[in-house]
Design a protein around this ligand. Structure first.
Ligand code: CO
Length: 188
């Protein structure tokens, strides 16, 4: 496995609709393994292929499995979901506000309204159809990651976005950039 570079806001690939995966081959498996290493190293609870500069419909989701997370998420803690060509096929009517961040938008967080529950359909790394029912935080992470393969970022949906840490020098964009992107419908 190899750790991949995560691209940040401003890279066009984050705004493009990713391609459907047709080949469930060794190259895909390598991508999935590298994405896992990258996600665990960052660390993050989800990662989409466009974030590592690969325009394919591939996402990973994994809630942490430390003691506190096991208590909070039960059996979902530490389960790795690899979903190829993911689609949300059902959503709860009920919505909930929550705070999100994104590895591709370092130093910021935002408040986003999401469905409390979603059903996700897709394929595993061998092309076999899978379906996942997710609730609460797991459902939120799936919605965030599936947005990524459609070129949508949480800041597009956020009611408010704020800075949480000093911005790393490599993404030294003014905060106004975030606001601009958030209100620009042309970019979707
Ligand atoms: Co993200």
């Amino acid at each position: 496995m190899a750790k991949l570079d995560v691209v940040v806001l401003g890279e066009p690939i984050l705004r493009q609709k990713a391609h459907k995966v047709l080949d469930f081959d060794g190259k895909l498996h390598q991508l999935l393994d590298d994405m896992l290493e990258t996600m665990l190293d960052e660390p993050g609870v989800g990662l989409a292929a466009p974030q590592v500069d690969v325009g394919q419909r591939v996402i990973l989701v994994r809630l942490p499995d430390d003691a506190a997370s096991v208590e909070e998420y039960g059996e979902q803690a530490g389960v790795l979901y690899e979903v190829i060509n993911p689609e949300i096929v059902k959503t709860s009517k009920e919505m909930v506000d929550g705070v999100e961040g994104c590895l591709s938008i370092p130093g910021f967080a935002g408040r986003v309204e999401r469905h409390v529950g979603v059903s996700v359909r897709g394929q595993d790394r061998h092309g076999k159809p899978i379906r996942i029912k997710a609730q609460d935080w797991l459902a939120r992470v799936f919605q965030h990651e599936i947005d990524h393969v459609n070129g949508v970022l949480y800041i597009d949906r956020a009611g408010e976005v704020w800075q949480i840490t000093e911005q790393p020098p490599e993404v030294a964009e003014p905060q106004g950039r975030i606001e601009t992107v958030a209100v620009s419908p042309g970019e979707k």
